[in-house]
Design a protein around this ligand. Sequence first.
Ligand SMILES: NC(=O)c1ccc[n+]([C@@H]2O[C@H](COP(=O)([O-])OP(=O)(O)OC[C@H]3O[C@@H](n4cnc5c(N)ncnc54)[C@H](OP(=O)(O)O)[C@@H]3O)[C@@H](O)[C@H]2O)c1
Length: 345
Amino acid sequence: MEKIPVAILGATGTVGQKFIYLLENHPTFEIKELVASPRSAGKKYAEACNWKQDRPINDTIKNIVVKSVEDSLESKILFSGMDASVAGEAETNYAEKGHIVISNSKNHRMDKDVPIIIPEVNPDHFDLIKSQPYKGGIITNSNCSTMFIAMVLAPLHKEFGVEWVHVSTMQAISGAGYPGVSAMDILGNVVPYIGGEEDKVETESQKILGTLANGEIKDADFIISAHCNRVPVFDGHTENLTIKLKSEVTVEKVKEILSTFKGIPQEKNLPFAPKFPIIVFDENDRPQPLRDSLLDKGMVTSVGRIRKGTLGDIKMTIMGHNTIRGAAGAAILNAETYVALGYLN
Ligand SMILES: NC(=O)c1ccc[n+]([C@@H]2O[C@H](COP(=O)([O-])OP(=O)(O)OC[C@H]3O[C@@H](n4cnc5c(N)ncnc54)[C@H](OP(=O)(O)O)[C@@H]3O)[C@@H](O)[C@H]2O)c1
């Protein structure tokens, strides 16, 4: 099969680099175009980019001349890791021109006609793009902290109904992009504030777990309270959850439901699908970002310390790779699912 040409928007950034890294030798997609800011446009990628990945830039990618958002693109699918200050308008323009934009940015996530997709959880929400006024379309993935919360809540909500969730996050510095938080602020420290993050964590899961009917999503009706913290970890967001459910649960039942959860990406054996999207640990001291964030290509949500709660019904610690399953890897799996379900024409 001929590969589908794709472009990376925000190609020089933390998420953009991860797209380039992960898409090397992808069986379905081939990077043909790269877009970044006017600072980078017109330069060869290797000159424009401050490459931070653990293997050198691929020779073909190195020599691609970076475009600006003003330039037209030939690729049908555009993976976006653009800075939020420009992503809103730029992604709309691309969708109007007929491109399918698969975005990591926050700008369109809460638009009524834009789905936030986790393909194991709500692949039916792809249909929402039929309500969009564009020749192409915009599909988003969630905020990098929401990803792991919504993944775990999905099977629990289906089985028991979620009433409320309390979450406290410990988020890696790579989540702030490059150069991100100053070393003077984060080394040996915890910063108890990440601008705009708590709003996203408190609202996105309800949309993802909502019901699509008549071209609209009715949000799921649970409440989330979030505390978001930046911690001196390089990659991998850890989150402590307390969950109140609508019916009786046991720890063993929760472990069984989470560890057997699967969706369309697993059924269709898609290239970026983890074997199981959730891995449950029995060890008391796991998951840990240093040891577990790259499990199964960095595409899993690791869960541990599942136990009875004193306030809610159940407590647990969850963790996942923020720039892979929380960003670029999530978008790639969204695109693979979109194509596999026959949406790309
Ligand atoms: N980091 C994560 O873990 C994570 C997770 C989920 C979602 N996100 C979201 O993904 C997006 C990118 O995040 P990041 O961490 O990769 O940020 P980043 O490292 O700061 O990269 C930002 C990218 O946007 C480009 N850009 C800036 N101004 C532009 C313009 N006027 N036109 C076109 N491109 C422009 C930059 O290009 P230059 O290099 O040329 O300036 C760079 O490629 C953000 O919206 C962020 O919220 C990030």
